[in-house]
Design a protein around this ligand. Structure first.
Ligand SMILES: C[S@@+](CC[C@H](N)C(=O)[O-])C[C@H]1O[C@@H](n2cnc3c(N)ncnc32)[C@H](O)[C@@H]1O
Length: 508
């Protein structure tokens, strides 16, 4: 004859959680000071997908026995799953205090640091697990992954090899091996590792994603596109990320090869994902759609979220000059008395490259930034150059502003709009009397139209269209200089740095 507790354990083992919970709750009521009943109730609630109730019971258990790592780690894991990294860290650290080498606590702390993009710290936690237990596959595969993110490719490879030694059928280890070899320029070895990974699991989209990048490097374009397409179709979770990668692949194919294959894929992509605005925008750009007059906001937010971490270093590699060129233009046209605390608005501020360059010329002015991408804004915030940052679409944001700004800047942002009329009207309205607007445009060198959407998803403009439109909207152009804005592959990207001043309108 089984005791009540044994019956509940059997029911729990058979995944009959509601029945097990009933018994554990009655046991808990009879004996509320018995730690294990609180833990069992917590486990049942957790299994039933009721984290708030589970947390309540784990906290009761933790109060009864503060040194018990079982309840502390249950709490740490539940908070982690909810994305509450602060509380998850708090309970992991308590568990670590109770048991200084607790492996689950160290792994969880490594995961939290990883999610917060603190890769060095994350690596240290995983390494602490490995130092205690050289047979920890989980520590090694995480060390491999973090090393890769830190761009320590040889180390990533070394850890992937160690992980494979422990667990020879690890798909993740083969994927990291393939990626690391790709970054190290060892293409044959990369391909071999990825084929090994495919032999173990041919449904993993990230294997195809890496294969696609590998074939692109080898200029095996047909295979690159086929693998990229497979990655998109197989992806169930990180769909936006795969779509952005595929869109870029189609763009790079178009820029390099100019064959019809990209168009064929773009049409197929558009048709299959017609309800995804990111896809329809990127595919339309490849298909040279003339109807679009601005970039899709969801596309912008996702694209720049994915660029944010590497944005500054990537643009430095592209010799990106626009912020410095805007700062130079500013010195030529902006002559506010030094005692005026200017109000400045940086549209599409990104990571803050423009504010960093113009701030020295603006003294103690307030610079506000507005951008659609949460992750770009996070980087901007860390630089401490803005007095306020707003996550919004600039067109929407400008609508509600009163005319108060002395200066508005937009560095490499108007390229995400084709028709600039509404934007110029709103900017003119937001400028105070004699306020100045300084911005860049990319030059339309492909056709005669005022603006054209290019396969990169960016619009290019005719300077005459921009200058005339400024005048129509009540801003007088006071500077227009043709410049090389940055490089793209082996070519130079030309554009204009333009400054305009809000015209003083005398009421009749
Ligand atoms: C090429 S980056 C330039 C960033 C920054 N101005 C610089 O010079 O480094 C373009 C930025 O504009 C933002 N952006 C583009 N369209 C936008 C819109 N409609 N509303 C708000 N931000 C936008 C993007 O999110 C991105 O951060």
């Amino acid at each position: 004859m089984l005791s009540l507790e044994q019956t509940a354990a059997v029911l729990y083992g058979e995944q009959k959680y509601p029945q097990a919970l009933d018994i554990y709750l009655s046991l808990y009521k009879k004996s509320p000071k018995t730690e294990k009943y609180s833990i069992f109730c917590g486990n049942c609630y957790d299994a039933l997908g009721k984290p708030a109730q589970a947390i309540r019971f784990y906290k009761k258990a933790s109060k009864l026995n503060p040194a018990s790592t079982t309840s502390l780690m249950a709490l740490a894991n539940l908070y982690y799953q909810r994305g509450d990294y602060k509380n998850s860290e708090k309970f992991s650290l308590r568990a670590l205090k109770a048991e200084p080498k607790n492996q689950s606590a160290l792994i969880n702390l490594g995961n939290i640091a990883y999610c917060l993009s603190d890769y060095e710290k994350s690596y240290k936690y995983y390494q602490a697990v490995y130092n205690e237990n050289k047979a920890s596959y989980i520590a090694l595969i995480n060390m491999a992954n973090v090393s890769f993110d830190l761009k320590h490719y040889a180390l990533a490879l070394e850890h992937a090899e160690q992980a494979l030694h422990l667990y020879p059928s690890s798909v993740d280890a083969y994927i990291i091996r393939g990626n690391a070899y790709l970054e190290l320029g060892k293409f044959k070895k990369s391909e071999k590792a990825l084929i090994n990974a495919l032999d173990l699991n041919n449904q993993n989209p990230w294997i195809y994603n890496t294969l696609s990048r590998l074939y692109q490097k080898l200029e095996r374009w047909d295979e690159a596109l086929a693998a990229g397409w497979k990655a998109v179709v197989l992806e169930k979770n990180a769909q936006d990320e795969q779509h952005i990668n595929f869109g870029y692949l189609l763009y790079e194919y178009t820029a390099e090869k100019k064959g019809p294959l990209a168009q064929t894929y773009a049409a197929k992509w558009f048709e299959k994902y017609f309800d995804n605005e990111l896809v329809t925008y990127m595919a339309s750009a490849i298909l040279s759609n003339k109807q679009l007059n601005r970039a899709n906001a969801h596309y912008i937010a996702k694209l720049f979220d994915s660029f944010a971490a590497d944005f500054d270093s990537t643009l430095a590699e592209l010799d990106y000059q626009v912020p410095a060129q805007i700062a130079t233009a500013l010195k030529k046209v902006y002559h506010l008395p030094f005692y005026v605390r200017a109000r400045v608005l940086d549209l599409g501020c990104g990571t803050g490259l423009c504010a960093e360059k113009i701030k020295p010329a603006l003294g103690w002015s307030n610079i506000e930034g507005v951008d659609l991408s949460e992750k770009m804004l996070k980087q901007a915030e860390a630089k401490g150059v803005y007095s306020a940052l707003h996550q919004a679409d600039i067109l929407e944001y400008l609508k509600d502003l009163s005319p108060k700004y002395h200066l508005i800047t937009a560095a490499d942002v108007l390229t995400y709009f084709g028709d600039l009329k509404a934007l110029f009207e709103n900017i003119t309205h937001a400028l105070g009397q004699n306020g100045i607007f300084i911005f860049s445009i990319s030059e339309n060198m492909t056709d005669d139209s005022n603006y054209t959407l290019t396969p990169s998803g960016r619009f290019v403009h005719q300077p005459a269209y921009v200058l005339n439109l400024l005048k129509k909207c009540g801003c007088k152009p006071i500077l227009s200089e043709r410049k090389v804005l940055r490089t793209e592959g082996a070519s130079l990207v030309y554009g204009y740095i333009i400054a305009a001043q809000k015209e003083f309108i005398i009421a009749k």
